[in-house]
Write a protein that binds this ligand. Structure first.
Ligand code: DX5
Ligand code: ZN
Length: 220
């Protein structure tokens, strides 16, 4: 069964002087979710945004806010992000000694619970989390910056995660993040992903945000 294609523009490449307008442009152009990349300068080298920006995004759109936490000790901030209006909270398995407990906390806060894997982390690291997830995110770049090249070596991992979810009868979204463009979307879709994060392909498209979203949609 082919599942609907979900597009989640990442505001990491947005023009922050016009963040509200740019999010509204994404929504008008048919984006499904808005992806928010939270980085702490420890787990990843870059430092970005926190609950305050999520709260501003919440006021700019009614789309689900897909919040990707690239931070150590995410459990300390889950409640703040949920209160700020996050719809999905995705944590890195590498940062969570008790991944099942963390996912349960996310659900108890009324959010969809996501787990993600760095490129070097094997799909097997997910296994105990599967009964507790609404979303699995496979990183297709080393997290930290937008505009990096897609890692084709991650395609077998996407396919493996697809099999693990199907075998478990788990309806979670399988999302990918990093280097997604009109050229890379289709092989990842064929490997079994159904949700696609894109920063540069949307916000840096030479013909604008709507053209970027159209190009990704028509690559399906
Ligand atoms: C990478 C972030 C991504 C990033 C994607 O660390 O998690 O969400 O913004 O950027 P692009 O789509 O430009 O590779
Ligand atoms: Zn991300």
């Amino acid at each position: 069964m082919t599942r609907d294609l979900i597009l989640a523009p990442s505001i990491l490449s947005a023009d922050f002087t016009r963040l509200g307008e740019q999010i509204a442009e994404c929504e008008a152009a048919g984006a499904d979710w808005i992806h928010v990349d939270v980085m702490d300068g420890h787990f990843v080298p870059n430092l970005t945004m926190g609950p305050f920006v999520v709260e501003a995004c919440r006021r700019a759109t009614s789309l689900p806010l897909d919040v990707h936490l690239m931070i150590e000790r995410p459990e300390n901030l889950l409640e703040a992000f949920a209160q700020a209006g996050a719809s999905h909270l995705t944590v890195h398995v590498e940062t969570c000694p008790d991944i099942v407990g963390t996912l349960k906390t996310i659900r108890s806060l009324g959010c969809q619970a996501g787990v993600t894997l760095n490129p070097a982390t094997p799909a097997e690291a997910l296994r105990e989390a599967i009964p507790f997830v609404d979303l699995v995110l496979v990183m297709t770049v080393h997290p930290g910056y937008s505009g990096q090249a897609f890692m084709p070596g991650m395609l077998p991992k996407v396919a493996q995660v697809r099999r693990m979810l199907d075998e478990a009868g788990c309806a979670a979204w399988l999302e990918v993040d990093g280097g997604i463009s009109a050229a890379t979307l289709s092989p990842v879709r064929a490997a079994g992903a159904d949700a696609f994060v894109a920063a540069n392909a949307v916000f840096k498209h030479p013909d604008g945000i709507a053209a970027g979203i159209r190009a990704l949609r028509s690559a399906d």
